[in-house]
Design a protein. Structure first.
Length: 335
């Protein structure tokens, strides 16, 4: 199906990641500046009894873009329709959704940067004038009919803001970047999730999981569930620092939060390319991974924490990365 319709009462799924999503904006931990701005704009829209302005959320995967979109519907007490850029293949696909929206509904498009140009074109008119043109017939006998649509809010999410066309990007009234989370915010998220999952965890255990979660709530919750499984099998009643450390070590996650893919990438740059620079295409071919996966999923955390840098000539590791792995390279200037 092209869309899934969820009311604000049914925004969270019954199991999996959805169980751990916050039920209101005040329960959303972290991203304080973004939350403050959204709260203000939501309050203003509700006082005027108008739809919220179009919102665009961007940043690496797992930071809460989808969660925020669904929280908008809760705070505005309206319905959200969810779809994704790749799912909208034809103009008629999007037109069918737009014409079924009610006043102040929210249309959420994930991976909005992957919209096809012909589909994107009808969004312009819909976002600005709340109407769309439908062409009936072909050739000389074709007619254009203008259809009015209810005033709605478009919420878009993307990991690659630069791939959005300027005409589309400029039509969003609210554009927010989501940053990686601090260890303290992740600790709070882990403690909240542990209560929902009915898992006993002490502060040292939560801190240990938090600092290895790559600044990402989705990863923090995933690691918490895996550590819970480990503690259960080992007959431990509570997750302590020792239990968390043993479980994460067994999963191949080291003290810096690196998983196997992080290690492969950094060690490839160090061992095979003498610390870099190396182009993304060459690196992707060496690792057997898609270059977009490297650029969107793996590299942001490594660059945010100064293990990897992008230069005009390609990717290079830093002195911090060499120290982490206890490696040396032939003399050259590193960051």
């Amino acid at each position: 199906m092209l869309q899934k319709k969820l009311t604000s009462k049914k925004a969270a799924e019954d199991k999996g990641e959805g169980r751990l999503r916050p039920e209101c904006l005040s329960d959303f931990i972290g991203q304080e500046k973004l939350k403050a701005n959204l709260s203000l704009f939501i309050k203003a829209a509700r006082e005027r009894n108008e739809q919220l302005d179009h919102c665009l959320f961007y940043g690496p995967p797992g930071l809460g873009k989808t969660t925020l979109a669904y929280l908008l519907s809760k705070e505005m007490n309206t319905t959200i329709i969810g779809t994704s850029g790749p799912a909208l293949e034809r103009q008629s696909d999007l037109a069918a959704i737009l014409t079924n929206l009610k006043s102040k509904d929210i249309l959420f498009i994930d991976e909005i940067h992957r919209l096809k140009p012909q589909v994107e074109e009808i969004l312009y008119q819909a976002m600005e004038d709340f109407n769309i043109d439908i062409v009936i017939g072909q050739g000389a006998g074709a007619k254009t009919i203008k259809l009015s649509i209810a005033p709605f809010t478009l919420a878009g999410a993307t990991t690659r803001l630069g791939l959005l066309t300027s005409p589309l990007r400029d039509r969003f009234g609210l554009i927010h970047m989501l940053n990686f989370y601090s260890s303290d915010d992740l600790r709070k998220i882990i403690n909240r999730s542990a209560k929902i999952l009915n898992v006993a965890i002490n502060e040292t255990g939560a801190i240990e999981i938090a600092r290895r979660s790559r600044g990402t709530p989705r990863i923090a919750n995933r690691l918490l569930r895996r550590v819970r499984d480990f503690a259960q099998v080992k007959g431990k009643k509570s997750i302590t620092r020792e239990i968390a450390n043993l479980s994460l070590k067994m999963q191949g996650i080291d003290d810096a939060g690196f998983d196997e893919m992080d290690k492969r990438l950094l060690l490839a740059v160090i061992d095979r390319f003498n610390g870099g620079p190396v182009g993304i295409e060459t690196l992707a071919a060496t690792l057997g991974e898609d270059k977009d996966t490297l650029a969107d999923v793996i590299e942001p955390f490594l660059m945010q924490n100064n293990f990897l840098v992008r230069t005009p000539k390609g990717r290079m590791v830093t002195q911090k990365a060499l120290l982490h792995f206890g490696k040396k390279i032939q003399s050259k200037t590193l960051f």
